[in-house]
Design a protein around this ligand. Structure first.
Ligand code: CO
Length: 212
């Protein structure tokens, strides 16, 4: 485990290494950010955004919360997405879940989780939407894995319901929305290969907010 003092020692070493490799590193970092990706992931300490992607500072705009949820009245998540689309002009929005997600597991328990109840409700709603498929999976570990994937899928749909995303896509043909799952058992990112164009045209039968 890293100690409190080590953090600052490591930080100094990191900053010196960056300057060693490129004396102007922090000048350009401080000047602006121009990321092509918005990453929405879980707060879980084992699932780091940039590290597993091999991305550098400035390349990924990040939002993390318990179980990578995009809830319609979450001003935090919606502000992040709106800013990323309108001002940072991101090309891709990624919702990344992970197998072994404690939030998803908690939502599978039928018990009162106190203050977490309204948050976990978002995931319990995903379970209800897909109850037939999930209950047909008899192995509980496999059912848990599948709920992790379906949660990612539903949160991608929630991203696609936003007017800001729909309007940007109509005008620019981006951003596209991708669903990923990180498998900490082998370190691999899995692209669920969701068909974003199809998701968008399906949901726009009800949630078309483009004003076109
Ligand atoms: Co998690």
């Amino acid at each position: 485990m890293i100690t409190y003092e080590e953090i600052f020692k490591n930080n100094k070493k990191w900053a010196e290494e960056k300057i060693g490799g490129n004396p102007a590193f922090f000048d350009s970092l401080a000047a602006n950010q121009n990321p092509d990706y918005l990453y929405i992931g879980c707060s879980d300490s084992r699932v780091t955004a940039e590290e597993v992607m091999g991305a550098a500072p400035g390349e990924i705009f990040v939002h993390r919360n318990i179980a990578n949820v995009v809830a319609t009245i979450d001003l935090n998540a919606i502000s992040v997405i709106s800013y990323a689309v309108q001002y940072l002009d991101v090309k891709h929005i990624i919702v990344c879940g992970h197998y072994g997600c404690g939030g998803v597991k908690a939502a599978m328990q039928q018990s009162d989780m106190g203050i977490l109840n309204p948050w976990l409700r978002n995931i319990r709603d995903v379970y209800r939407l897909h109850v037939e498929e999930l209950n047909a999976i008899k192995n509980l570990e496999e059912r848990y894995d599948r709920l992790v994937e379906l949660n990612v899928q539903e949160q991608c749909i929630n991203v696609s319901k936003l007017a800001v995303v729909q309007k940007a896509y109509l005008k620019k043909q981006y951003p596209s929305v991708h669903g990923w799952v990180f498998d900490m058992r082998n370190g691999m990112l899995k692209d669920l290969k969701l068909d974003f164009k199809r998701i968008l045209s399906e949901i726009q039968k009800i949630y078309d907010l483009t004003d076109e």
